[in-house]
Design a protein around this ligand. Structure first.
Ligand code: ACO
Length: 205
């Protein structure tokens, strides 16, 4: 298999690949770094290098990951990967291209979309729905029945109370405690969480 992206996210996914006894053949990156550890080769992507490969898009930025997905989806197939130390309920669905990192806990009846990153030690409780291209950062905790819409990013160690909806492309700041619905494209920080930006514009509250 191969990785698209050769920065920090690729380094942790390479480790995940080895933990699962898979082989990484090479990486591609639009702007290859001078050096990638472990003597792995990084090339600029071409249709020949991507064609019929099994691949993970190893890019933390949700919008960029989605953009690349649309550019290459006709060429390759996408691998889904889960670290052996993660607990993923047998009643959970996980979409293609999603990675589940070490020590994650995902409880029953959760649905996780395509090309998501469920990062180290995140907790996703029962019946949550995580749409495509979402990133749940390390140690974030989601109580039951939460809907996280496409492209949202839940920051490091954020805590989300049960039953709420996080809108498309919303960003929940590190350590925030979110008690109510968050609209699309909002940036929320603090405890209790408050909106500091909407659509990239400062809120002024
Ligand atoms: C493996 C990995 O590395 S995965 C990646 C994990 N990383 C994360 O989760 C990071 C998430 N990002 C954050 O928390 C960021 O601080 C953001 C996106 C919420 C805000 O970033 P910016 O838009 O650049 O806002 P900026 O830094 O200008 O801060 C604006 C205000 O919000 C405050 N603020 C920013 N982030 C937070 C936060 N997480 N909690 C509380 N307050 C915050 C700032 O102190 C500042 O307040 P002030 O105006 O009173 O001085």
């Amino acid at each position: 298999m191969i990785l698209y992206g050769a920065r920090g996210q690729a380094k942790v996914i390479y480790d995940l690949i080895l933990s699962n006894n898979h082989l990484l053949e090479y990486l591609v990156d639009d702007n290859p770094p001078d050096h990638f550890p472990h003597n792995l080769n990084v090339y600029r992507p071409t249709p020949e290098l991507l064609k019929d490969q099994r691949l993970i898009i190893a890019i933390g930025d949700n919008l960029l990951r989605e953009k690349i997905y649309h550019e290459i989806k006709h060429l390759c197939e996408f691998e889904t990967m889960q670290h052996y130390s993660a607990y993923v309920s047998r009643f959970t669905e996980v979409g293609e291209g999603t990675v589940i990192m070490p020590q994650v806990c995902i409880n029953a009846e959760v649905k996780i979309g395509k090309h998501c990153i469920i990062n180290t030690s995140a907790i996703i409780e029962h019946e949550c729905i995580i749409e495509d291209f979402v990133h749940i950062s390390p140690t974030a905790a989601l109580a039951g029945n939460i809907l996280v819409k496409k492209g949202a990013h839940i920051g490091l160690g954020a805590n989300l109370i049960q039953g709420i909806t996080i809108g498309e492309n919303a960003l929940i700041g590190a350590g925030s405690v979110v008690l109510k619905d968050v609209p699309a494209n909002a940036v929320v920080v603090g405890n209790p969480g408050r909106i500091i930006k909407m659509n990239g514009v400062e809120n002024g509250q």
